[in-house]
Design a protein around this ligand. Structure first.
Ligand SMILES: [Zn+2]
Length: 467
């Protein structure tokens, strides 16, 4: 059969599908194969949710902005028709950057005192440097607290730390660098006064901006390193290395660490049947402290709101509860989902299915999204629904949708506490977003059209499973 003929059949099929869809309210038969009801998803309204949620600034967990975000999501869950909508709070370890000043100060030829009229280079928080998780503080009193900087490679060679004592360690983060928790303890054990990661790895097109990453939760450690830990842009790192023979690093840093209340927003489409099984949509609603996180992860809760509306508006009768939950505390260590799972383990039951949305979005450069699951049967169903979606929604034909097996044992997002308990999980991811975890993850990169892809596939999947 030639290509033209196939195309003719496909477009004919689309017309037939649309006609049948109108007749049977979306539940259609196609090509002899039973197809599922594809839920509606208003991506323009989803973009409004992203804008509203971002309007208060970064939703750092435990902050007033996070609380306001949770209230917005709860109000929208109610508006979408969810029931039992409520906000739970959990007290978890968090941090707050209360004061920070970092500069390079020029020293005299003997290196003993700063030059009275020497130059000072002051760096800007967020755009040039970003703290890593539970960083320690540094209380600067006078010039004797200024520090020399020593370069220790990419952190893989521990012998490079031999001259770290009493100095600041600068580590090149080049992609092979060990995890934050590891290099933090290595530098601390070597007697370093602070640790700096220089980004030479991610976001070349943006000039290797500093990115937020979390670090070990300090609560269970008696001798947690109380030394500053931050990432710098490639340029700031180069400046420090260049100036270090004549300049010293001056830091005055006050970071508060303690417990704060984070929010978990929950709403249900209740079951009218006898099954206790639950299908749960999850997403974190917090952002890193240094960004409004339009993509990571405002698109997550915004997607859940519109999926909820699409499922409720289907008018179907549910024989299984479908739950929607958004969590705070994800960026610092999945705190919201861990606490929620612990508190509700019995109620969630053995047959829980978790469908997680973290950055389930793609920018116009990358044009692809992907779902991974620890269940091949589910992946097969998702692929069929995805193919069906592309047939009925020609506007989405330029996107690539990936489906892959993954055991979901690595705690990258909020599926993890539930999958650990034995649940089937799907992680809906996206692509693009080089602005990830930097101050540039803002509205300008939002491509709301792409939010409907995984939203409609997983929403339609859950609808078919629950009705
Ligand atoms: Zn995220």
């Amino acid at each position: 059969m030639d290509r033209k003929h196939i195309l003719g059949l496909v477009s004919g099929g689309v017309v037939l599908t649309l006609v049948l869809a109108t007749w049977f309210g979306g539940s259609i038969i196609f090509g002899g194969e039973e197809e599922v009801y594809i839920i509606d998803f208003d991506h323009e309204r989803a973009a409004i949710h992203v804008r509203e949620l971002c309007s208060n600034g970064p939703r750092m967990s435990g902050s007033e902005e996070e609380r306001l975000g949770a209230e917005y999501i709860a109000a929208q869950f109610k508006d979408a028709g969810l029931e039992e909508v409520h906000i739970e709070t959990y007290s978890v370890p968090m941090f707050e950057v209360r004061n920070t000043r970092i500069s390079l100060v020029e020293y005299g030829p003997l290196g003993t005192i700063p030059r009275p009229l020497g130059d000072t280079i002051t760096f800007e928080h967020m755009t040039e440097y970003v703290f890593q998780g539970y960083s320690g503080s540094y209380n600067w009193r006078d010039f004797r607290d200024d520090l020399d900087v020593v370069s220790v490679g990419n952190g893989t060679d521990e012998s490079a730390y031999s001259s770290a004592r009493g100095r600041v360690c600068l580590i090149e983060q080049n992609g092979d660098t060990p995890p934050n928790s590891e290099v933090y303890f290595d530098a601390y054990d070597a007697g370093a006064e602070a640790i700096i990661l220089q980004n030479t790895w991610r976001g070349e097109s943006l000039g290797y901006l500093p990115m937020f990453k979390s670090n070990q939760n300090p609560v269970e450690y008696d001798d947690y390193p109380d030394i500053p830990f931050f990432m710098v842009s490639k340029e700031m790192g180069d400046t420090i290395l260049q100036m270090t023979p004549t300049h010293r690093l001056r830091m005055d840093i006050d970071i508060w660490i303690g417990n704060l209340d984070i929010s978990v927003v929950v709403g249900d489409i209740p079951s009218s049947g006898s099954s206790d099984d639950i299908i749960m949509f999850t997403a974190h609603h917090d952002t890193c402290y240094n960004t409004i996180g339009a993509v990571d992860n405002t698109v997550g809760p915004a997607s859940l709101i519109e999926i909820a509306r699409g499922m409720v508006d289907s008018g179907k009768k549910f024989s299984r509860t479908v739950r929607f939950a958004t969590f705070g505390g994800e960026e610092e260590g999945l705190f919201g989902s861990k606490e929620y799972e612990k508190a509700h383990r019995a109620e969630l039951g053995e047959n829980l299915q978790v469908l997680n949305f973290d950055m389930a979005h793609t920018d116009r450069e990358a044009m692809s999204v992907s779902m991974v699951s620890n269940c091949n049967t589910t992946l097969g169903k998702l692929k069929e629904i995805g193919d069906q979606l592309l047939r009925v929604e020609p506007a989405l034909k330029d996107y690539t949708i990936g489906y892959g097996y993954n055991d979901l044992q690595i705690p990258y997002s909020d599926y993890w506490p539930f999958v650990q308990g034995g649940s089937m999980g799907v992680a809906a991811w996206g692509s693009g977003c080089v602005e990830y975890h930097t101050y540039l993850d803002d509205m300008t990169h939002l491509n709301s059209e792409s939010m409907q892809i995984e939203g409609r596939i997983l929403g339609s999947y859950a609808l078919a499973e629950a009705t």
